[in-house]
Design a protein around this ligand. Structure first.
Ligand code: SF4
Ligand code: SF4
Length: 368
């Protein structure tokens, strides 16, 4: 493919699609089937759907969505616990907008808010520090969801809270890490993937080296790619080329942003405040050391230590988000898709989140 000068040049995009289709045909001739690629990142899923690439390549390259949306991977019991957390006295709960509409067993945070709970949407965890300063007689709790991309900002927020000696501030950590979940996916029998399109933003923090385990442990190729249409096509092209040449490696196709070593400043900030914790993933139960929680010495900022919350087993629903985030089904295979589950009345997180697979299919790939 040609040098990427103008990322939105339609002629270049057309040529790139043709180049991808040529390689996809070669793969099919070699293997008797279409290649299956997983885009780990929720933003990639949305970009693939929005650009029309998913639809255009549908018969030639199977692009399946993975567990890369922080809202979608949060399990239902965690959502129930977050909603229960709002019930305590003198509490202000701060969260990202997407979390507000995710249904728990009985309620969403939005519904809890309409019932009078003080729940506020913030754009950055740092905004919640200001809220804590302005409300010294209230406990301010930030719901800390996110991947490696968001965790450095959470660490920075704790740093600020510590500097300001805030006694009424804590974070409910439910963060997730990409490597452990990819290991679990690749070890399970029902997941068949030829290669990964790897998340650009996570890689900025963790670096290309973070993915060496794919090659060493699983003989699995991957390409780190950006979010523009031409970058997405370039990512697919390069991974198909690797598969056809039977080469297993990780290509950094987002070099102007991602370094081999990642961002050491962000990594050190993470290490200072957090260590590995077990985390429950939607549809996958608990994965050992798949998230980060507070180190013991920062326990005063750990909302999970500060506030005891007990919830029972979540109510079972027909929502299949657990299978969606493992790439086992597409949204159309869920009987609720576009019927009882729509972005206006979502039943699962994959329809709520701006990075959710069901929301992407609903907006850009629905057959009407
Ligand atoms: S870059 Fe990372 S945090 Fe952003 S959507 Fe992708 S996986 Fe999620
Ligand atoms: S369509 Fe709705 S109910 Fe079905 S998997 Fe997606 S979010 Fe869950």
């Amino acid at each position: 493919m040609e040098q990427l000068n103008d990322l939105s040049d339609p002629q270049l995009i057309r040529k790139s699609i043709e180049a991808v289709l040529r390689l996809a045909n070669t793969f099919k001739e070699q293997n008797g089937r279409v290649p299956v690629l997983m885009e780990v990142c929720g933003s990639h899923t949305m970009a693939f759907a929005k650009s029309g690439i998913k639809k255009r390549l549908k018969e030639h390259v199977r692009l399946i969505a993975g567990p890369g949306c922080p809202v979608c991977v949060t399990d239902q019991k965690s959502i129930d616990a977050m909603i229960k957390l709002t019930e305590g006295p003198k509490r202000i709960i701060c969260t990202f907008g997407d979390m507000m509409r995710v249904p728990g067993s009985n309620f969403s945070l939005m519904e809890a808010k309409t019932e009078g709970k003080d729940i506020r949407v913030v754009y950055s965890p740092l905004d919640s520090i200001k809220i804590a300063e302005e409300n010294p007689d209230q406990e301010v709790i930030f719901l800390g969801i996110g991947f490696e991309t968001t965790i450095p900002i959470l660490a920075l927020t704790v740093h600020e809270a510590q500097k300001k000696e805030l006694k009424n501030y804590s974070i409910w950590m439910t963060t997730k890490l990409v490597e452990p979940v990819l290991r679990v996916l690749l070890s399970s029998e029902d997941v068949n993937i030829d290669g990964f399109l790897l998340p650009g933003h996570v890689s900025v923090v963790m670096g290309k080296k973070n993915y060496e385990f794919l090659v060493e442990g699983f003989q699995m190729p991957g390409v780190i790619t950006g979010f523009e249409t031409i970058e997405l096509l370039s990512g697919i092209y390069k991974i198909l080329q690797l598969l056809i040449d039977k080469k297993v490696s990780i290509i950094n196709d987002y070099k102007y942003v991602v370094k081999d070593e990642g961002n050491p400043v962000a990594q050190n900030l993470i290490k200072k405040y957090f260590d590995f914790h077990d985390e429950a993933w939607r549809g996958m139960s608990v994965i050992s050391k798949s998230g980060l929680g507070f180190k013991r010495e920062y326990a005063q900022f750990d909302a999970k230590r500060k506030f005891k919350v007990n919830v029972g087993e979540p109510r079972k629903t027909k929502c299949r988000c657990g299978e969606i985030i493992r790439g086992l089904i597409t949204p159309e295979e869920c009987v609720l898709f576009n019927k009882s589950c729509t972005p206006l009345r979502p039943i699962g997180p994959c329809m709520v989140s701006t990075e959710g697979t069901c929301a992407a299919y609903y907006q850009y790939m629905r057959e009407v």
